[in-house]
Design a protein around this ligand. Structure first.
Ligand code: FA5
Length: 322
C-alpha cells in the first residue's frame, strides 16, 4: 500500500491522544519511518536524490497536517464529553429568586391604603428647581434648609436634588382644579451625615387634600385610619407642634412602635395661604392639609429594624427576610 494512504488511514483510526502520539513516534520521530526514508536515498544519484527528497518532504508535510487535524478533532471530542459529564450525586443548584425591595413593598402598601380613601398617586421630578422646592413653598430667602450643608445643589443654576416631595404639591395644584386628594411617593436627597435613622437619600410619601372646608380633625382622622390599616392594629399617634414654612399650623407626627418607643415619622400641617396663592388658588375659597411621611422610618417601625442604612446595604441576608 502507498505509504501516504497507510499513514492517513492509521491516523484516521486513532481514538485517543495516546494512540495518536504512538503513531507520531512511528512516522515522524527522529527514528521514525519518514526520517528513515531520507537516509535511504543517500546512495542514489544526485538527480534522483533531489527528486526523491522533494517527494519525502511533501509526504512529511502532509503527515504533519494529518496529525494536527486529528489532534484538534480528538480534543474537541474530549471537551464535549467533559461538558456533558453529569455527576448525579451532586446536590442541585438552587435558583435564587428575587423579590420586591422592602421599601417598595411599604410604598405600594401605603399607596393602596390611600387609594382606598380616594387619593390618587402622582409623581414629580427628582431634580427640582429652587422655585418649586423652596420659593413656592414659602421658604424665606435666607432659610437654613437652602444652605449647601442641607441641600445638594447642582452645577446648573438654581437646580437641586429635591429635599422633599412637597414641591409636587405646587406642581399639581397649578395644573389641576380642586377638590384634590393626592399622594406622592418618591426619593428625596439631603446633604447630611448618616446615622441609624438618617440617610442621604430616602423615601417620602407626600399627601395633599384640598377641599372647600377641611380641618385638623379631618387630617387626624385620615392619618389615624392610615396607621391602623398600615400596621394592622390600633396605633398610638402623637401630634407635636412643629414648624414648616408651607403649613400653618404645623405638626410633627410620632407613632409608638411595638417596643413602646416613639419615633418621628412625618411632618404635616394645614396648607399655608401663601402656598395656595402661589399655586393660583384663592385661600378664601379653598383650604387643606398636607403631610410628608418618611417611608424608611415607617418601614423601620413596621419591621422592627434599628438601622436605616440596612435598607441600602444590598445585603442579601437582610433583604431575603422580607
Ligand atoms: C419634610 O420633609 C416636609 N416636606 C414634610 C411635610 C409635608 C410637612 C407636608 C408639612 C406638610 P421633614 O424634614 O421633617 O419634613 O421630613 C419628613 C419626614 O421624613 C420625617 O418625619 C422623617 O420621617 C423623614 N426624614 C427626614 N430626614 C430624614 C433622613 N435624613 N433620613 C430618613 N428619613 C428622614
Amino acid at each position: 500500500m502507498d505509504l501516504k494512504k497507510q499513514i492517513k488511514s492509521e491516523i484516521e483510526k486513532a481514538l485517543s491522544l495516546k494512540e495518536l502520539e504512538q503513531l507520531r513516534i512511528k512516522y515522524l520521530a527522529k527514528k521514525g519511518k519518514i526520517n528513515q526514508l531520507f537516509k535511504e536515498i543517500g546512495s542514489l544519484s544526485q538527480a534522483e536524490r533531489k527528486k526523491k527528497g522533494q517527494e519525502i518532504n511533501k509526504l512529511k508535510e502532509e503527515t504533519e497536517k494529518f496529525f494536527k487535524e486529528k489532534k484538534v478533532q480528538i480534543e474537541k471530542k474530549i471537551s464535549f464529553k467533559e461538558d456533558r459529564f453529569i455527576d448525579i450525586s451532586l446536590p442541585g443548584k438552587k435558583l435564587q429568586r428575587g423579590h420586591i425591595h422592602p421599601l417598595s413593598q411599604v410604598l405600594e402598601k401605603c399607596e393602596d391604603i390611600f387609594e382606598r380613601m380616594g387619593f390618587s398617586v402622582v409623581e414629580g421630578p427628582e431634580i427640582e428647581n429652587e422655585c418649586y422646592n423652596f420659593d413656592a413653598l414659602n421658604f424665606p430667602k435666607d432659610h437654613p434648609a437652602r444652605d449647601i450643608q442641607d441641600t445638594l445643589w447642582l452645577k446648573e443654576k438654581r437646580r437641586l436634588m429635591r429635599t422633599h416631595t412637597s414641591p409636587v404639591q405646587v406642581r399639581y395644584m397649578e395644573k389641576n382644579n380642586p377638590p384634590l386628594r393626592i399622594v406622592v411617593p418618591g426619593r428625596v436627597f439631603r446633604n447630611e451625615a448618616t446615622d441609624v435613622s438618617h440617610e442621604v437619600q430616602f423615601y417620602q410619601l407626600e399627601g395633599l387634600m384640598i377641599e372647600k372646608e377641611t380641618s385638623v380633625v379631618d387630617f387626624r382622622a385620615v392619618i389615624q385610619n392610615f396607621f391602623n390599616e398600615f400596621f394592622g392594629r390600633k396605633v398610638d399617634v402623637r401630634m407635636r407642634p412643629g414648624f414648616f414654612p408651607f403649613t400653618e399650623p404645623s405638626f410633627e407626627i410620632d407613632i409608638r412602635g411595638e417596643n413602646g418607643k416613639w419615633l418621628e415619622c412625618a411632618g404635616a400641617g394645614m396648607v399655608h395661604p401663601n402656598v395656595l396663592k402661589n399655586a393660583k388658588l384663592n385661600p378664601k375659597d379653598w383650604q387643606g392639609f398636607a403631610f410628608g411621611f418618611g417611608i424608611d422610618r415607617l418601614s423601620m417601625i413596621k419591621y422592627n429594624i434599628d438601622d436605616i442604612r440596612l435598607f441600602y446595604s444590598s445585603d442579601i441576608r437582610f433583604l431575603n427576610q422580607f
